[in-house]
Design a protein around this ligand. Structure first.
Ligand SMILES: [Zn+2]
Length: 101
């Protein structure tokens, strides 16, 4: 989550989505990533270094955590069932080992 205000007291908490949209529009138009970032920052009137640093270094941990959870759930769902197949092939499950002699 972006901080609501920069250390210079400018409100930046509401600029995250607009920043992403501006960058995506520039990238779709064929501009390079550095030009897209510069254009997005100018469009949002983020001129000071502190405000720009806040947006440029922002990492959305919420989305990363959700991606990691999805990956782990897929790994669990695709795990082979080795435990059950082991007991199916093993002699322990057969009735031969009765010691009733
Ligand atoms: Zn600032």
């Amino acid at each position: 989550m972006l901080p609501v205000r920069c250390s210079c007291t400018k409100v930046i908490g509401n600029k995250g989505e607009a920043y992403k949209l501006a960058i995506n529009q520039c990238l779709r138009a064929g501009y390079s990533e550095s030009i897209a970032i510069e254009h997005a920052l100018k469009t949002l009137k983020l001129i000071r270094t502190c405000c720009r640093t806040n947006l440029l270094t922002y990492i959305n941990l919420h989305d990363k955590a959700i991606d990691q959870i999805v990956i782990e759930q897929n790994e669990i769902a695709n795990r082979p069932v080795t435990h059950a197949s082991y007991f199916d092939q093993n002699e322990w499950n057969s009735d031969d080992d009765q010691d009733d002699d």
